[in-house]
Design a protein around this ligand. Structure first.
Ligand SMILES: [Mn+2]
Length: 262
């Protein structure tokens, strides 16, 4: 079999240390090809840019690797590649490594997960890879991108071997801080951020609002099967996700609405 062709993107922008480590590690698995945003699109979710033309240009990662960058979103990156910019159809889409965990309800905010969703939606196995940086979301703790990238590469190899499992499904991978205690296959947990709104005044005397909040730091009791618990407990979390958001448990009760005037 030819070397698997792997589309690599992210939502932190092509200069993020996460995508550099990821691309390098994926060379062990196949042929990585990078098309990434030229800026940070974190929390862009599955944004599509329709209101202006997209540009694609050549750029270099800090290690000199030639890549493609665009002013489009993470989802746009995947679609641009699939609609003709990539030299061939990818065997795998890998997004990351995101600076910060993407777990629980918050996955729908994530541009990293959205890029993987775009791959899954096109029927291509896809991985979203994120590294927990803790409540500060900074790089002070010397995050282990190499370790997370090596793990992502091992999952990528396994996903390619078992690609028939991944029909319109993606794997959301979150790597904890420090040395992982093992791997847990998980379901999505709940909210990780407790949102807060800070009001202030700008120098011209007008009010502004700035979202703030706190991240959960202790594993939620009774939710040992969730991604939130796993990452906060020091485990690598792997959650299979799909785009079918239907609440199947409600379908049969709501069907009684059919044929009525409500
Ligand atoms: Mn991000």
């Amino acid at each position: 079999m030819a070397r698997p062709f792997i589309l690599v993107t992210n939502d932190d922008g092509y200069l993020s240390p996460g995508i550099l480590a990821l691309r390098r590690a994926l060379e062990e698995v196949g042929e990585p090809w990078v098309l990434a945003p030229d800026r940070n699109w974190s929390a862009a979710s599955r944004t599509r840019v329709f209101h202006k033309p997209l540009r694609v240009s050549a750029a270099r990662l800090p290690d000199g690797t030639e890549v493609h960058v665009t002013n489009g979103s993470p989802s746009d990156c995947v679609l641009l590649a699939l609609l003709g910019l990539a030299p061939r159809r990818p065997d795998l889409v890998v997004a990351g490594i995101n600076l910060g965990a993407n777990v629980g309800h918050d996955v729908t905010y994530s541009g990293t997960v959205a890029a993987a969703m775009e791959g899954a939606s096109a029927g291509i196995p896809a991985l979203a890879v994120s590294l927990d940086l803790g409540p500060e979301e900074g790089q002070e703790g010397n995050p282990d991108f190499e370790g997370a990238a090596a793990l992502a590469a091992r999952v990528a190899r396994r996903a390619l071997e078992e690609r028939r499992l991944f029909t319109r499904t993606l794997l959301n991978i979150n790597v904890p801080r420090g040395t992982p205690r093992g791997i847990r296959i998980t379901r999505l947990g709940g909210k990780v951020w407790s949102d807060d709104l800070v009001q202030g005044q700008d120098p011209r005397g007008r009010s502004y609002y700035w979202f703030s909040g706190e991240m959960l730091t202790t594993p939620p009791a009774g939710e040992e099967d969730t991604d939130v618990w796993a990452v906060l407990s020091g485990y690598v979390s792997i959650t299979p996700l799909h785009l079918d958001l239907t609440a199947y448990s409600l379908l049969s009760s709501l069907r009684s609405w059919e044929g009525t005037d409500l």
